[in-house]
Each structure stands twice: as structure tokens, then as C-alpha cells.
Design a protein around this ligand. Structure first.
Ligand code: SAJ
Length: 401
């Protein structure tokens, strides 16, 4: 039987979405360029870590509703869920979206639904539709095309995919209607209609908003350090105001979304996006500043004690209590600190992973126990119970507060 849905990209978002659609007994043909990923999924297994995803995929594959392949086949609905990284100079690279679109152009027929979920610069959906009509002019005006971004939080994807509200923007009203009809089969959150450009911008704005708010907290941490004020106490007190809600400073902003998406706006609207651009600079600078602080603490210790300190670097993930190291500021800081090493002993701890190809990992309790200087980069729960008597503590993430 022909599948109803083709899902191009079986990564962090595509695979959970494919499994969810398959759960509603819709036949999904998942496509990925990586043969290993395809094989793993066809065995009913998964190649990424995400709670509840394994059972959803295994059920979908066993029931015959999900099949993976390296090539697309004809269907009624095509979803593009591939990465959109950025090139040098922080410019978005939509070549994967373009390649995925090109791969399905020969398969399209009248009234099919084409949806992009990948984070994309404004105007991408219209651009892809133009590309389709250039090669298939007979389809002009007869396809439905829409943009519908995901907004799930890694670690809670299976729940949020179903329950989060979604913004759905078609290139015309009929396309929006068709896309809403598609999503309402498996999503319980509200579905909000708009046009494709607004939906594209909405995704970028959600993550930029968070980036700007974190930059405000990070800027406060730099000011407080100079002014000799405890930033954590300050934010707690300011947040007692009924209309103030300042986020937490950290060692920078990481992950594959918040530290990336704002550039998609800045690259296209550099003159207008001053705050968004400055937030990126502040959050990047915060990581550099943390590395410098470690260097200073090291030299101060040596001057005071006449010997080199041993140093624990606590946490490598991009945020607390996860094992994801992508775009992690903590990883960047650890690398920078090790580059500046001058015969000190270093212990790197990341309790959420067993081993790492670059860093030699030490159990977090041993790392803290053996070190003179303990540097907290990520506020993992485990770190909160550590005994830290007689240590120099650099807490960049508020774990001891
Ligand atoms: N962070 C701080 N201080 C804070 C909150 C976060 O420094 O007060 C840092 C974290 O440590 C981390 C980074 O920000 O390095 C991002 O973490 P996050 O938890 O804010 O977000 P992500 O990247 O895991 O997921 C975000 C979410 N977007 C928003 O909250 C607006 C999620 O809903 C999106 O679906 C996801 O990006 C995405 O895929 O775009």
C-alpha cells in the first residue's frame, strides 16, 4: 500500500513526529540520507536519546505503520524536517531543505500537501514553492504548501509534540486549511492559523526572545561581578516584583536552537535587529568571560599557595540534566581551559555521559574531592549535594545557590 505521509529527515524532530503520526494508524515512509539510521529504525530501534521515543518507534515499525528508507516514494503529504545549519558569517544554510524538496518534486501530484517544519529564514516556503513550480509548471496553484514549526523541548518531546499549540501558515488560505486538517489528527494543542512568512518568523522570534532574556541575565552577572553583588540573590529579589521575571545567567547559551535561530533574523535584517544581534554577542562573550575567570583563579591560587592548583570542571552538557553536548558552551569553556593548561591537574566531570572522545571523564564526586578549584558550568542535580569545604568555587550556573 502507498504511504500517506513521507517524512524527510529522521532526526530529533522528524523521527518522533513520524512515530506520532504512525500511532494514529497512518502509513509513514520516513527518509534519511544515513543508511545506518534507516537500518536502526527498520529494526524498531532508535539512534537518539529521548524518553518514550524507543517504544513509540518500535510499536510503529512492528505494526507496519512506519518504514524507513533512503529515498522518498509517492504519498499525499510530504513533510520536510531536515536541519538548517549556518554557514560562515552566521548565514543560514537551506541547502538540505532545498535538496529534500528537489527529491520529491517528481513525485508530486495535484492537491498534495507539502509542509516544511525545519527552522527556516523568512520566505523559504514561498521560495521552495517557486522551485517546485519551475520544474512542474502544470502544478502551479494546485498544490497545498505550508510552514509549521515544531517547538518541543528536548527531553520532553513525546509529550510536547502532542500537547503544545502549533502555528500553521499556508502560502494561501486553502493550504492553511489543509495543513490544519492534517495536524488535527494527532495534535491536541490548539492550532493557530496564519500565513507562511509569519509562521517562519514566529519560530525564529520564540527562540530569539529567550536568547535576549538570557542575555539580560548574563549581562547582569557581568555587572554584578564588578559591583560585588550576588547576581542570584539580586534576580531572586527583583523577581518578587509581580511583573518582573528575569531568567538565570549561565556559562553561555547552547543547544541547536536558541544559540542558532536568532542569526536567521540578523543575517537577513542586520540593520533592524540590533537587540537580537547584541544578545547573541553577550551570550557568546559570557562563555569567553568564564574561561578567563578560570585562568585568573588558577593564577591567584598559585600566587597564594606557591603551587599549581588541581581543577575540576563540572558539567559539559548544554543545559542541566541532559546528555546533549551539541553547541555546548560548557564544552567550549573546557576546551579553552585545557588549551591554556600549564601542568595543572584537571578533572572533567559529566555525570550524564559515560565517556567522551576528546575529554577524559572523572566521576563527579572524585573530581570535586581531588580538586582545589571547583568550576561549575552546568547546574546538574547531582552537583547540588557535593561537599565543598575548603575549595575555591567558581559557580557560573547557580548550582550552589
Ligand atoms: N539557559 C540559561 N538561562 C536560563 C534558561 C536557559 O542560560 O534561564 C540556557 C541553557 O543552559 C541552554 C540554553 O539556554 O544552554 C537553551 O536552553 P533552553 O532550555 O532555554 O532551550 P532548548 O534549546 O532546550 O529548547 C528551545 C525551546 N525554546 C524556547 O523555550 C523558546 C524549545 O521550546 C524549542 O522547541 C527548541 O529551543 C527548538 O527546537 O527550537
Amino acid at each position: 500500500m502507498n504511504p500517506e505521509v513521507v517524512m524527510i529527515g529522521l532526526g530529533y524532530i522528524g523521527l518522533p513526529t513520524a512515530a506520532l503520526i504512525a500511532q494514529s494508524k497512518t502509513f509513514v515512509h520516513g527518509v534519511d540520507i544515513n543508511q545506518n539510521v534507516v537500518n536502526t529504525i527498520n529494526e524498531g530501534k532508535i539512534h537518539i536519546i529521548e524518553p518514550d521515543l524507543g517504544s513509540a518507534v518500535s510499536q510503529a515499525v512492528k505494526g507496519g505503520y512506519l518504514k524507513a528508507d533512503t529515498k522518498p516514494v509517492a504519498a499525499n503529504t510530504y513533510l520536510i524536517v531536515v536541519p538548517t545549519p549556518f554557514k560562515a558569517k552566521n548565514e543560514p544554510d537551506i541547502s538540505f531543505v532545498e535538496a529534500a524538496t528537489k527529491s520529491i518534486i517528481p513525485l508530486l501530484k495535484e492537491e498534495d500537501l507539502y509542509i516544511i517544519e525545519s527552522t527556516s529564514p523568512i520566505g523559504t516556503t514561498e521560495k521552495m514553492v517557486d522551485l517546485i513550480y519551475q520544474e512542474r509548471p502544470e502544478l502551479e496553484g494546485k498544490l497545498n504548501a505550508a510552514y509549521c514549526p515544531e517547538r518541543v523541548l528536548p527531553g520532553n518531546v513525546m509529550h510536547e509534540l502532542v500537547h503544545n499549540d502549533r502555528v500553521i501558515g499556508g502560502v494561501d488560505e486553502k493550504s492553511t486549511d489543509k495543513a490544519i486538517d492534517f495536524y488535527k489528527e494527532f495534535i491536541k494543542g490548539d492550532l493557530h492559523r496564519t500565513n507562511a512568512r509569519t509562521a517562519e518568523m514566529c519560530k525564529l522570534v520564540e527562540n530569539s526572545s529567550r536568547d535576549v532574556q538570557i542575555a539580560f541575565a548574563n549581562e547582569l552577572s557581568l555587572i554584578c561581578d564588578k559591583a560585588d553583588i550576588d547576581v542570584w540573590e539580586l534576580i531572586k529579589l527583583a523577581n518578587k516584583h509581580p511583573r518582573v521575571n528575569i531568567l538565570q545567567p549561565g556559562c553561555g547559551v547552547g543547544g541547536h536552537c536558541i544559540a542558532v535561530d536568532p542569526y536567521f533574523i540578523v543575517a537577513d535584517y542586520p540593520m533592524e535587529s540590533k537587540i537580537i544581534g547584541a544578545a547573541r554577542e553577550i551570550n557568546n562573550y559570557k562563555s569567553f568571560w568564564c574561561a578567563e575567570k578560570i585562568q585568573t583563579a588558577k593564577l591567584e591560587f598559585e600566587l597564594k599557595h606557591g603551587r599549581k592548583p588541581s581543577i575540576a570542571i563540572m558539567g559539559l552538557a548544554f543545559k542541566p540534566n541532559i546528555d546533549d553536548l551539541r553547541e555546548s558552551p560548557a564544552k567550549y569553556i573546557a576546551q579553552k581551559v585545557l588549551q591554556n593548561a600549564n601542568n595543572e591537574d584537571y578533572y572533567i566531570a559529566e555525570p550524564n555521559i559515560d565517556s567522551h572522545k576528546i575529554f577524559k571523564l572523572t566521576n563527579y564526586k572524585d573530581a570535586a574531592r581531588k580538586s582545589d578549584i571547583v568550576v561549575f558550568l552546568v547546574a546538574h542535580d547531582e552537583f547540588k549535594e557535593l561537599d565543598l569545604v575548603n575549595k575555591v568555587i567558581l559557580d557560573f550556573c547557580g548550582v550552589t545557590k
